[in-house]
Design a protein around this ligand. Structure first.
Ligand SMILES: [Zn+2]
Length: 147
């Protein structure tokens, strides 16, 4: 077990602490940094797991990216893709739904595409989720070229 950021070997306690709190393997130093980010933004564990899943697939993403109005869970700026992780998917209210739609509209106006991914998908289908995001990136890249 090694840190996903610096590849430092983790002992049992570091590993357990990191997995329990942020859902990925991080050394003491990187865990503290991630924990701070989570506390600041309320980042869902699944966003962190997806971020490292994308990193593992060679995607340069940003966690908690500030788009000028709000913090986006994950942003892939090269193809202008924003990814929001839905943690309250099953209890979506109409107020939340209209807010989401408005946010998506603002993103589109800025040339960004927003996709929302239910957190359970990352929990059960991380590989497939990453695979599909890679496909979406390909499509976006092709569209950018056309323009
Ligand atoms: Zn580390």
């Amino acid at each position: 077990m090694n840190c996903l950021e610096c590849n430092k070997a983790l002992d049992y306690l570091d590993h357990k602490n990191s997995m329990d709190n942020v859902g990925v393997e991080l050394c003491g130093q990187h865990f503290v940094r991630m924990k701070k980010l989570v506390e600041q933004h309320g980042t869902p564990i699944e966003a962190i797991q997806l971020y490292y899943g994308l990193k593992d697939a060679g995607v340069n993403a940003m966690l908690e990216w500030w788009d000028g109005k709000k913090s986006v869970d994950i942003a892939i700026s090269r193809v202008k893709l924003n990814i929001e992780i839905d943690t309250k998917y099953h209890m979506l209210t109409h107020e939340q739904a209209i807010n989401d739609l408005e946010e998506a509209m603002h993103s589109f106006k800025n040339g960004f595409t927003t996709i929302r991914i239910p957190h359970v998908l990352i929990k059960h289908y991380l590989k497939e989720t990453v695979h599909n995001i890679l496909g979406i990136m390909e499509g976006l890249r092709a569209n950018i070229k056309v323009i």
